[in-house]
Design a protein around this ligand. Structure first.
Ligand code: MV4
Length: 446
């Protein structure tokens, strides 16, 4: 096992990884930008190293500075967390070049599953369902028009290198498809340095269901079942839950088995998430694979008892996954509310600044993953998420009631937060019924 790990991240996930390291007897080295220099979680690390100024490009996204910090601290491994450099094959490669273990997949596995065109081919080859569409990146307009005629409109143009909804275009007819192809490719080139685009059938009403996977370096893979993340706004998830409500678990199990095969065949080591859309007929279509530990991993931890962050470290150190698929049992229901420093009453405008009041919920089945303490100043440089409230109970209904109860105990000021929105959602009858689609929240807020 590693003696010392560098955490190439900040905020709640840096703290989450630090906690895993402490329990595993591993020293943690946390990096920080000057914008985070007074962050309280840094005191919990065995060592903290400043890597640059506030802008992420000059600190958390700067590979050379992170590697330099890792060399200075003489760490065995680097945990990237989520966001920042977590899904960059060049960072995984830089770690390999410097003989530092990257806690995540190899650059090859990350490349193969990170590129959507390659990923779809791998998925298909392993029996993982995907949307019908172009087999390869679109080379010319006529080819795209032919494929679209075959699968039928509407179709969606996506960037092969894109993710999280960036650079997508929905086309309802041949005219828009023709005109949008060039635009999409140019935008993809500008945003990702790769102009490759592909098309597939567009699904209007869908739920977002994702499967938590773990693969190790010995050719084993298991799944920790699914999360439903349909409640989102502008591609930012708001509430995630597990298990997914109203779902055919037999069909889900088949999809999970295929996804595990795909992870094995991609020689994938670490935590991964396979994202799917689920239509109203109960069919699954894989969208992409996220090659990192995700924000919402705690809901899966709560229902399976598996510590996903510890697993990611264990796997990187070369250990086998200490569970067989049959050991994974689902216990109860869990839900996560992402609490952001934003004002939901005013178009979700950012509400950075000092948090004087931070009164947090507790009691049975309540977990709060947050780096905030009273007096903490939310920097304006980064993501606005200030904590995740995770609740666990025997049933979904009890889980919703517990979430409502915990949210009532949560008082934050003077900055504005999304707590009132969460209170409204856990009382919402459509959401309580289960199975709202990915456009539900945006419709509700109109
Ligand atoms: C789609 C889709 C409908 N049909 N693909 C958005 C994020 C990216 N991972 C893929 N996304 C979508 N791909 C087809 N063929 C609708 C979306 C989509 C979406 C997906 C998941 C969660 C929220 C979403 C919100 C808008 C659109």
């Amino acid at each position: 096992m590693f003696k010392r790990v560098l955490i190439a991240n900040r905020g709640e996930i840096a703290l989450r990884i630090m906690r895993a390291c402490r329990e595993m007897g591993i020293e943690s080295v946390c990096v920080y930008s000057t914008a985070d220099k007074d962050a309280p979680y840094l005191k919990l690390a065995d060592r903290a190293i400043c890597i640059g100024p506030g802008p992420a490009k000059e600190s958390y996204l700067n590979i050379a500075r992170l590697i330099a910090a890792a060399e200075i601290a003489d760490v065995d491994a680097i945990h990237p967390g989520y966001g920042f450099l977590s899904e960059r094959p060049d960072f995984s490669q830089a770690c390999r070049d410097c003989k530092i273990e990257f806690i995540g997949p190899s650059p090859e596995a990350m490349q193969m599953l990170g590129d959507k065109v390659d990923c779809k081919k791998t998925a298909k080859a392993n029996g993982v369902p995907v949307f019908p569409g172009s087999e390869n990146a679109i080379e010319d307009e006529e080819e795209a028009v032919k494929v679209a005629a075959k699968i039928g409109y509407p179709v969606i143009i996506k960037a092969s290198a894109g993710g999280g909804g960036r650079g997508m275009k929905v086309c309802h007819n041949e005219g828009t498809l023709r005109s949008q192809l060039r635009v999409a490719s140019q935008e993809a080139m500008a945003a990702f340095g790769n102009g490759a685009v592909f098309i597939e059938k567009y699904l209007e009403h869908a739920r977002h269901v994702e499967i938590q996977m773990l693969g190790d370096k010995h050719g084993n893979a298991i799944y920790l079942w699914e999360r439903d993340c349909s409640l989102q706004r502008r591609h930012q998830k708001v509430i995630e839950e597990a298990p997914a409500p109203n779902i055919d678990r037999k069909r889900l199990e088949k999809v999970c088995e295929s996804a595990a095969k795909m992870i094995v065949n991609a020689k994938y080591a670490g935590a991964a998430t396979c994202e799917f859309l689920l239509d109203d007929k109960g069919d699954f279509y894989m969208l992409e694979v996220n090659t990192r530990v995700q924000v919402e991993h705690p809901v899966t931890e709560m229902i399976t008892g598996v510590d996903i962050v510890k697993m990611s470290i264990l796997i990187a150190s070369g250990e086998k996954i200490p569970y067989k698929q049959k050991d994974i049992k689902i216990n109860g229901h869990a839900m996560e509310c992402r609490i952001c420093a934003e004002d939901p009453a005013h178009g979700f405008r950012p509400s950075a600044g000092k948090i004087d009041k931070w009164e947090t919920p507790g009691g049975p089945g309540v977990r709060l993953d947050s780096h905030v303490v009273p007096g903490y100043v939310v920097p304006s440089n980064y993501d606005s998420m200030i904590g995740k409230l995770i609740v666990h109970a025997d049933t979904r209904e009890q889980c919703l009631d517990r979430a409502a109860r915990a949210l009532r105990e949560f008082h934050v000021g003077p900055i504005k937060t999304t707590i009132p929105l969460h209170q409204r959602l856990v009382e919402n009858t459509d959401f309580r019924r289960g199975g709202v689609d990915i456009h539900y929240l945006e419709r509700l807020l109109k």
